[in-house]
Ligand binder design. Sequence first.
Ligand code: UD1
Ligand code: CA
Length: 462
Amino acid sequence: MPITAIVLAAGEGTRMKSRHPKVVHKVLDKPLVWWSVRAARDAGVDRVVVVVGNGADEVRASLAGEDVTFVEQTERLGTGHAVRVVRDALGGFQGPVVVLSGDSPLLRADTIKDLIQRTMAAHNACTVLTMTPPDVTGYGRLDFAEDGSVRSIIEHKDCTPEQRERLTECNSSIYCFCGGRLTANIDKIGNDNVQHEYYLTDMVGIYVGMGEPVAAVHVDDYTELLGVNSRSQLAEANKVMQRRINEGLMAEGVSMLDPDSVWVGPDVTVGRDTVLLPLTMLWGKTSIGEGCTVGPNTRLTDTTVGDDCTVDETVAIQATLENDVNCGPRAYLRPGAHLLDGSKAGTHVEIKNSTIGKGSKVPHLSYIGDTTMGEGVNVGAGSITCNYDGVHKNKTFIGDNVFVGSDTMMVAPVSIGDGALVGASSCITRDVPADALAIERSEQKIIEGYASARMARLKKEN
Ligand code: UD1
Ligand code: CA
């Protein structure tokens, strides 16, 4: 039977004090709502429906590339109303229906799997996950009958002061429903409550009244169910997720000098015996091989790093480093930078859309753009490619074993043949043949005794 998940993400999130809808705020490098979608997918859910409303376009955009269906809830009349809108849009539900909140990013896929299994095994009309957080303020409370069976969920605002004290088991807002019974009964939810909203929580009491089986499953680790309603809770969620991912990496053989200062996104892979030093951030689809040292002060996004590389104080976006590559300190590798085995991008070096051949070195203060560089090249300090003429991005070709002297300008389009030598401080505007010397520099003058004579003259003038 196909399993559907509904992710509720239409709310505004007033307490975030933001121009943006709450669910697009990020935990690590992904929007809040993405985590719910991912957890549902990992739990084996077949179809994910995201209910959008406030900032709908922004929420849709934040999930670009994800295989989800969006349903718009134009009026926010409550969580029960949101689910009803989905039922109408889909023409009913078949199979289990998991309801998740777009603002609960810490929920694990295994917990969802377990929730679905329990619901199906017991033929429950509804199973709800509950928790007992240290501060229960604001949460809906589970009310139990004498025999311990669930009676209903009462929203905090609808509780009597006595109930607020006594009822401490809270609704996580994560449920699994039987789709058929949900379709048949959701219209029974009314809005006769303090907030005049249609509460999804009311389904529990409605089912109990009908004699349908309902269960509450307590999750001991309440942090997994934490909702993000404020910036402070967002920071807390980031911290929990950071620890979870870093613990996973360390368990697989990755070292961290200080795991609290290393931030790794959920789609990143890191090989064994790689050391991540403080203030390292690895985002997007970055992958790092074995035996590397990365950081300190390094941010890699969608970047591939091979084995045994050193990446020190480097920012890289969509770059590829093969094996034994040495970067930084303070290298900036932009999209299309491709450093082959044993090559080097040293300090204050920027490389964009260029291949640096095997063993080639760009050690100091250089910009290399739109360049194909062969093997065994040495680029002297301060040398750059002038790839942009104001309109076009022009290409530079540098052959194997070329020696580029310091402070060379290579004005593209230009090519330097294998084994050529370029004298320091040259402005290269014409192609250099293989094995040639190219030098472009005015002749040096020598005037003997000039310095002291000048000093004497200046002092006299005073
Ligand atoms: C809800 C539960 C409460 C539970 C708490 C856990 C209800 C009535 N209450 O309260 O029992 O303890 O979550 O965090 O369900 N949403 C929509 N459309 C709407 C209203 C809300 O999509 O019309 C979405 C929100 O964007 C949010 C989620 O549903 O992602 C929960 O709504 P919210 O208003 O935050 O409910 P709580 O007051 O937190
Ligand atoms: Ca909430």
